[in-house]
Design a binder for this molecule. Structure first.
Ligand SMILES: [Ca+2]
Ligand SMILES: [Ca+2]
Ligand SMILES: [Ca+2]
Length: 467
């Protein structure tokens, strides 16, 4: 690979490059050089996989194929098959009928992140919800520990303060819509000034251009709201964490009553220190999964997955979890995964041996034949509180909120990249402090991540560098 930096001719199998030994950084010494280095072996890997019947890879690709790396060579009726890999654009072209035809167009690749904005918040922030109001803009609602939580509006490429809302140890916000109505529900962990515990649904007023109080719902140390639709009906479910010292209480599903225009209790589900609900569908089936954190003596409890059958959610599968704080569902192609964030292994009886924050969080995959989720991958985490899945081009990523290792809140959160049969592989470390929640979002200017800190009044927006 050392010779001729502009043009290299050879057989395609000679192009399988070892990481770091690749000449493309010298071909295009730009700050994007690493991208070329990343993408060549991937492109070639696909090339060497079994060819699709209907694509150009049916050509015999060992014997007579020539690859040119570098600037565009002439495309003539040369003998054999001629490819050109455009290292700058990361595209692979085939010479056919005297024309270069794109074979594998370069896809957007992630070159990781850069600091974009330090968002100073009212107080420490737990959950962050990013949402769009059509015709108005992009917003972020932060669930702040102290007396009020804030809503920010994306203005000139940054989040700018927009509205304060009185909350009580707010844990998370959930945005949802019903028809044209736009709502935002907050999970209040603490009681109000009069000792009453309520979580509150706010509605966007198109006239005032603000969120205004819509409905209060009695909750118990609420951690999370999830909004979803089943059979055309709108629902909300709250994660009731505990009532006094009792963690084994009901969480409640509420159904939107179109006549009263209010949410009404519809089904109660027994939970143990419920922390998070996640709704998803698989084909015609609707599922709801709860993260159970603690039963009063142990964090080693089952978290349960429910399926909607004949008008109610019924137990479908149970997972042993360790202080489960978040479930994240995501799709990669046809495959469906569920990731749990395990935050703490603790058991009153085995306290000394067993109190740990450094433990595995688990990714499960739906096995359609067996009709259940099976363990796909263990990922070591440090008191994981959130998983966020996002995609860049054709690549898929998970970022984990690592919050605590038993000694310090200064721990790295990690981005993992989907690498097919290798599963998720750690590709990038991000120093975080008491990291609580990650959200991915897009604007016309690019893709971003935002994360909150439950330990300092500072959230950060990161811009994804893509090439
Ligand atoms: Ca949730
Ligand atoms: Ca999540
Ligand atoms: Ca999140």
């Amino acid at each position: 690979m050392g010779q001729g930096p502009q043009q290299l001719q050879g057989l395609i199998r000679q192009l399988v490059l070892l990481p770091g030994s690749d000449a493309t950084p010298r071909l295009c010494p730009s700050r994007n050089a690493r991208l070329a280095e990343l993408s060549i072996p991937r492109v070639l890997k696909r090339l060497t996989e079994k060819p699709d019947a209907n694509d150009v890879l049916k050509y015999p690709y060992e014997a007579d194929m020539k690859v040119t790396l570098g600037s565009r060579p002439p495309c003539t009726k040369a003998e054999g098959v001629q490819f050109w890999f455009d290292a700058a654009q990361k595209g692979l072209y085939l010479c056919a009928d005297s024309q270069w035809v794109s074979v594998l167009t370069a896809k957007t690749k992630l070159d990781y992140v850069e600091e974009h904005q330090s968002l100073h918040t009212n107080s420490e922030t737990l959950g962050i919800e990013v949402f769009n109001i059509p015709g108005v803009g992009l917003f972020a609602a932060t669930a702040n520990r102290k007396a009020r939580s804030a809503i920010y509006k994306w203005t000139d490429g940054k989040f700018v303060f927009y509205q304060n809302i009185a909350t009580h140890q707010a844990q998370s916000w959930r945005h949802f819509t019903i028809g044209k109505k736009i709502f935002l529900a907050v999970a209040n962990f603490g009681p109000n000034e009069r000792g009453q515990e309520f979580s509150v649904i706010y509605k966007w007023s198109p006239r005032k251009l603000k969120f205004t109080l819509y409905q209060r719902i009695a909750t118990h140390s609420a951690r999370d709201w999830e909004a979803f639709i089943v059979d055309g009906e709108h629902f909300l479910v709250v994660a009731n964490h505990r009532e006094g010292d009792n963690h084994n209480i009901d969480s409640v599903i509420y159904r939107w009553n179109p006549s009263s225009q209010l949410f009404e209790a519809n089904q109660s589900i027994a939970t143990s220190g419920a922390y998070d609900w996640e709704f998803f569908t698989v084909g015609p089936y609707s599922f709801l999964v709860v993260a159970n954190t603690f039963n009063g003596t142990s964090t080693q409890v089952h978290s349960h997955l429910y399926i909607w059958l004949v008008g109610a959610f019924q137990l479908f599968q149970s997972f042993l979890t360790f202080g489960a704080a978040d479930w994240e569902v995501f799709h990669i192609g046809e495959r469906i995964f569920l990731a749990v964030a395990n935050s703490h292994s603790y058991d009153v009886q085995m306290q000394a041996q067993n109190d740990s924050y450094v433990l595995s969080s688990v990714i499960y995959e739906l096995n359609v034949t067996a009709q259940n989720f099976v363990k796909f991958q263990d990922i070591p985490t440090c008191s994981a509180l959130d998983w966020e899945f996002f995609s860049v081009g054709e690549d898929h990523f998970l970022v984990v909120a690592n919050s605590f290792d038993g000694n310090t809140f200064s721990v790295n959160s990690i981005i993992y990249r989907w690498q097919g049969y290798e599963g998720f592989v750690a590709v990038h470390k991000l120093p975080t402090f008491g990291c609580r929640d990650w959200e991915a979002f897009n604007t016309t200017a690019g893709s971003y991540l935002i994360y909150s800190s439950a330990k300092e009044p500072l959230s950060r927006v990161l811009k994804l560098r893509t090439g």
